[in-house]
Design a protein around this ligand. Structure first.
Ligand SMILES: [Zn+2]
Length: 171
């Protein structure tokens, strides 16, 4: 019982912290929303309300990988009034503008990466989970010659994972 009480106390204490912390948070130095507006403009996209709302959800949480359905769920939870079709369109516009990178991981679902630079991934197929590989994770040093008249534009490696039987049974 006393453990429960102290957990409650800890949660309450934590709840009061962010207000004080927020003033010192790095995001507060510039205005994140106007940064996003600039970023969209620089990419050649008009910063509409929908693009700003979805961009806010997408880029506000660091590097991550998500499908249109995942972003749509987040938008619903954040009470952003968009349709799934708008989410798809926006993700494709962001990708064409170079703000996102589309990953070819799974034929049935498109994953989008908020870090558009070239990097490699782990893909946990059963759970549809995508992880960035550490920088030193892989070296690709013997590539075939590109066909006549072509050059290699990039190399992306996907290492497919599955949980070991023991940890699968535990879960
Ligand atoms: Zn990634």
């Amino acid at each position: 019982m006393s453990n429960l009480m102290s957990l409650q106390a800890a949660l309450n204490a934590r709840a009061t912290v962010p207000a004080g912390e927020a003033a010192n948070a790095p995001g507060r130095r510039g205005c994140p929303l106007s940064d996003l507006r600039d970023r969209l403009r620089r990419a050649g996209l008009r910063p509409t309300r929908q693009r700003l709302s979805l961009g806010w959800l997408l880029f506000g949480r660091g590097d991550r990988h998500l499908t249109a359905e995942m972003l749509y769920d987040e938008a619903m939870r954040a009470k952003v009034p968009v349709s799934l079709a708008t989410v798809y369109n926006t993700l494709h516009q962001f990708t064409e503008a170079g703000l996102l990178r589309q990953l070819a991981l799974d034929g049935s679902k498109a994953y989008f990466d908020t870090n558009p630079s070239e990097h490699h991934h782990f893909f946990l197929e059963e759970e549809g989970q995508v992880l960035d590989m550490p920088d030193c994770g892989i070296t690709v040093d013997s590539l075939p010659d590109a066909p006549e008249g072509m050059e290699i534009a990039g190399v992306e490696v996907i290492v497919r994972l599955r949980r070991r039987a023991a940890s699968r049974n535990k879960a």
